[in-house]
Design a protein around this ligand. Structure first.
Ligand code: S3P
Length: 171
């Protein structure tokens, strides 16, 4: 089983889809932001404010080499900017969760923990800037993806089923 590496914009539902995939397959899920938080014993937000974004990107890069060399048969969900690591395609099958910016923001705002979800993401504090980031990243996400899943108005369960079907076909 090759690794599956989930990419996509902040709030698109990478974590929720990953949790569903583990329910319907043998994959175990890990998350690059969780690894960084446990490595540093800090929240992502604190890393951004104490050491700056560039330090966070360096941590993502370190993890990318560890993932490539040491992690097998795993579903890896990533932070929205992780896709920039140079060895992304070496880590596993790249699956993009795709949705329009407005639908992503609506999804976050409708979540019962909306406030916490927005607060913990430094790059979502200014929605105008976040939209620009989305516009800049989306073509890059599409270029890297082996598989694209449009998650708009779909449940995590349905997305996970579609993902597993497409991964099976791809392998
Ligand atoms: C980031 C996305 C976040 C987190 C950090 C930076 C980004 O993860 O890694 O705040 O650059 O898009 P999520 O995609 O899980 O929100």
């Amino acid at each position: 089983m090759k690794n599956i590496i989930l990419i996509g914009f902040m709030g698109v539902g990478k974590g929720s889809v990953a949790r569903e995939v583990t329910k319907h397959s043998k994959y175990i899920a890990i998350d690059t932001d969780d690894i960084i938080e446990s490595m540093t014993n800090k929240k992502i937000k604190e890393i951004f404010s104490d050491e700056g974004e560039s330090h966070f990107r360096k941590l993502e890069k370190d993890i990318s080499f560890w993932l490539e060399n040491s992690v097998k048969s795993t579903l890896i969900s990533t932070g929205g900017g992780f896709y920039k690591v140079e060895n992304l395609k070496e880590i596993g099958i790249v699956v993009l969760l795709d949705s329009p910016f407005e639908a992503i923001i609506k999804r976050i705002k409708e979540h019962p923990n909306a406030e916490r979800k927005l607060k913990k993401r430094p790059l979502l504090q200014d929605l105008k800037k976040a939209k620009e980031l989305y516009e800049q990243r989306r073509p890059e996400y599409l270029k890297l993806a082996d598989i694209v899943i449009d998650v708009t108005n779909k449940s995590a369960k349905d997305c996970s089923k579609e993902l597993l079907k497409k991964v099976k076909k791809h392998a």
